[in-house]
Write a protein that binds this ligand. Structure first.
Ligand code: FAD
Length: 117
């Protein structure tokens, strides 16, 4: 099936953006509850991702590389890695995960510290 490649790519970009931005805001020292929440989120994301073929590919990748939820940096590195696994399978460029730190900005820095204007 050909499907609609433009819609699929747009969905992918939106989904990756949300996933990486969630990781960029995950606590450095998550509580047990926060770890469980991220674990569940990833599980449900994998299960409910609307492109069925993509979800199936991704499920195999996540089985091979279990989600890392012990800290922000571990979670962000995990998401970067599995996105790169998808990039490789689609013959896209591999992203340098050492640059992930400042790349995803939620526009909500004032939640963390007092707004500096
Ligand atoms: P995207 O891969 O969407 O990336 C968007 C931007 O994120 C890039 O421009 C770059 O700035 C940044 N980026 C790139 N790599 C990384 C990384 N490793 N870490 C952090 N940031 C990065 N499409 C298919 O055709 N077949 C599939 O099986 C398929 N499976 C998918 C599974 C999932 C879970 C998701 C979310 C998407 C899937 N897609 C699939 C869509 C595909 O991954 C792309 O989103 C889509 O092809 C658009 O690609 P893009 O080149 O615009 O960049």
């Amino acid at each position: 099936k050909l499907g609609n490649a433009t819609a699929k790519a747009e969905l992918g970009r939106a989904a990756w953006k949300l996933l990486h931005t969630i990781m960029s805001r995950f606590p450095d020292k998550p509580s047990a509850d926060e770890r469980t929440a991220l674990q569940s989120y990833i599980h449900l994301f994998t299960r409910l991702y609307p492109c069925g073929e993509c979800a199936e590919h991704f499920r195999v990748i996540v089985e091979k590389f279990p989600p890392q939820v012990s800290s922000r940096s571990a979670a962000a590195a995990w998401a970067c890695h599995v996105h790169n696994e998808v990039n490789v399978s689609l013959e896209k460029e591999v992203f340098d995960c050492s640059n992930i730190g400042d790349f995803y900005d939620c526009g909500c820095a004032d939640d963390e510290k007092a707004a500096m204007g």
